[in-house]
Design a protein around this ligand. Structure first.
Ligand SMILES: NC(=O)c1ccc[n+]([C@@H]2O[C@H](COP(=O)([O-])OP(=O)(O)OC[C@H]3O[C@@H](n4cnc5c(N)ncnc54)[C@H](O)[C@@H]3O)[C@@H](O)[C@H]2O)c1
Length: 441
């Protein structure tokens, strides 16, 4: 199928590359010229394991093109995917839909053959129906356009695998023509056994925000338990393990720590609350505000643990923060809990050195006043305290004996419960962690 993709960010660039890998002819349009040039030359504007190799192989096949020209992307395409951002509006909780609307209008203005516009961006329920209303008013001589919604569930860090082998596909459609188009474009995945659900536009939009709300709730649930463990001298790591064995609960997303961040969960739960309010159903999801608050409190808790260690005096303290990305295997620093903690300690007067295996360039753009270190050892050298803020695999391999010789004071705050605390303690470290009242006994 000849396809256009609008937006070459984390979602669009990966979706487009995977669609071309599956055999479609794909042209990707982005308004960011340097990003288009970078991707065209086979280099990725963000870190995603396996992406650069797949991008280069797919570009070489001739089935994938990046362009700044909407006309070039849309011309002759039967399907148009909208993958642009839907950030939080400034000064409000609702989603900012201006990029979706701009991409949609550009597609409508440029189409020369009949086809389907498929939204993948995460949008408030009701958006797709509203956009479908706009194309239904087109003239009889214009190429016919359908609107479908196909929410995306990829996770940064495993995005290629999630796209080529998804848990499920969801097709929001309002005609048999779009249903047929959706099953055709994903025929390879469906033939390989990927389950798919066909539903109406509103339900498809809801699946995405409901899934993210559930995941955020599960994370904040265990973090709320961590708060209780801290005051009750109990241990959230053991609690979580014991809960996770119950297959009605499951162990995934049940690790107590610094909480969620990134470009999706925080803004999606806020936009969902805002949309529920517009629909007169604010009470139904009022709990999401508590989920958000629990999440924010974890960041404050790390600051207060560090503050207690320093008797409230951050001035002149050297703190190494391990991790800047919002999660491991990503260089995404949008609403990163790690950077939030690093920046707050810096503002309180500490000298903070941040290390991250991939996210330093993005972090520096967001917080230029922090110090960044490409070497883990250099970041920790002469530190008065180390905060583990993002659980990259390489931090698990740190030898606490070796690092004790580097630092000024062997004090660790493990904000992700990622390290072996007994081993670190036995190696002479004073260890603090979230939800481990047991350490404070
Ligand atoms: N990042 C993820 O892991 C993920 C997962 C699932 C769903 N989503 C959703 O996907 C959407 C995109 O997220 P992202 O992380 O890829 O965002 P992003 O900010 O990385 O990328 C968005 C891209 O769209 C481009 N753009 C903006 N307006 C445009 C226009 N009119 N025409 C062409 N390009 C335009 C921007 O230049 C940018 O490159 C959001 O709704 C997000 O919630 C993201």
């Amino acid at each position: 199928m000849r396809i256009s993709v609008f937006g070459a960010g984390y979602l669009g660039a990966i979706h487009a590359t995977c669609m071309a890998h599956l055999g479609h002819d794909v042209t990707v349009c982005d308004v960011d010229a340097p990003k288009v040039a970078l991707l065209s030359s086979g280099h990725t504007p963000f870190f995603e394991p396996g992406f650069e190799e797949l991008l280069q192989a797919t570009l070489a096949s001739g089935r994938l093109v990046f362009t700044g020209s909407a006309d070039e992307a849309v011309r002759g395409a039967e399907m148009h995917f909208i993958c642009v951002g839907t950030p939080q509006q400034q000064g409000a909780d609702a989603a900012d839909l201006r990029y979706v609307e701009a991409a949609f209008n550009t597609i409508v203005d440029n189409v020369d053959v009949s086809g389907t516009i498929v939204g993948k961006s995460t949008v408030p329920v009701g958006t797709a129906q509203r956009l479908a209303g706009l194309v239904s008013e087109r003239g009889e001589d214009d190429p016919h356009l359908e609107v479908a919604w196909n929410p995306e569930f990829l996770r940064e860090g495993t995005a290629i695998q999630d796209t080529l082998n998804p848990d499920r596909l969801v097709f929001g459609v309002d005609s048999q023509t779009s249903e047929k188009a959706m099953t055709e474009v994903y025929a390879k995945l469906i033939n390989d056994g990927t389950p798919y659900i066909t539903t109406d536009l509103a339900t498809a939009e809801m699946v995405k925000v409901a899934a993210n709300s559930f995941l955020a709730t599960k994370i904040s649930f265990i973090n709320a338990m961590a708060e209780i463990c801290e005051v009750a001298s109990a241990d959230v790591v053991t609690l979580s393990r014991a809960l996770g064995y119950d297959d009605r609960i499951g162990s995934k997303f049940l690790n107590a720590g610094l909480g969620f961040g990134g470009g999706c969960l925080p803004k999606d739960i806020r936009a969902f609350s805002a949309r529920a309010g517009e629909l007169g159903a604010a009470d139904a999801v009022s709990f999401l505000r508590e989920i958000d608050k629990i999440n924010q409190r974890r960041r404050e808790r790390v600051i207060s643990i560090v503050g207690n260690i320093f008797h409230g005096d951050f001035l002149g303290r050297h703190i190494a923060v391990l991790g800047a990305a919002f999660k491991p295997n990503s260089d995404d620093v949008r609403d990163s809990p790690a950077l939030n903690v690093a920046a707050t300690m810096h503002l309180k007067g500490a000298s903070v050195c941040v290390h991250d295996p991939q996210a330093i360039d993005n972090a520096r753009r967001m917080f230029p006043t922090l110090t960044y270190c490409g070497s883990l050892k250099d970041a920790c050298r002469d530190a008065d305290l180390i905060v583990l803020a993002t659980e990259w695999g390489e931090y698990r391999n740190i030898d606490p004996n070796e690092f004790r010789a580097l630092v000024r004071q062997p004090i660790l705050v493990d904000a992700r419960n990622a390290l072996d605390h007994n081993y670190w303690s036995e190696s002479g470290w004073q260890v603090h962690a979230l939800g481990r009242g047991v350490l404070n006994r």
